[in-house]
Design a protein around this ligand. Structure first.
Ligand SMILES: [Cu+2]
Length: 65
């Protein structure tokens, strides 16, 4: 398992966080937490790449940096 921390732009409220959390949980991402615009996640890098995770966040309308 790998833990990564990066910035997500475009989040304004708790529902933005919940939306991202739900779509990442569907991918099997765990321990999702937010601190302002910074997201911290833990995932199995043999099953999903950070790039794919960021793409999913992009599809929800946010900008993962
Ligand atoms: Cu929002």
């Amino acid at each position: 398992m790998k833990t990564e921390k990066f910035k997500v732009g475009g989040m304004h409220c708790k529902s933005c966080e919940m939306l991202i959390k739900d779509s990442l949980e569907e991918l099997g991402v765990k321990d999702i937490s937010f601190e302002k615009e910074i997201i911290t996640i833990t995932f199995d890098e043999t099953k999903i790449s950070l790039e794919d995770i960021k793409k999913v966040i992009g599809k929800e309308g946010y900008k993962a940096e």
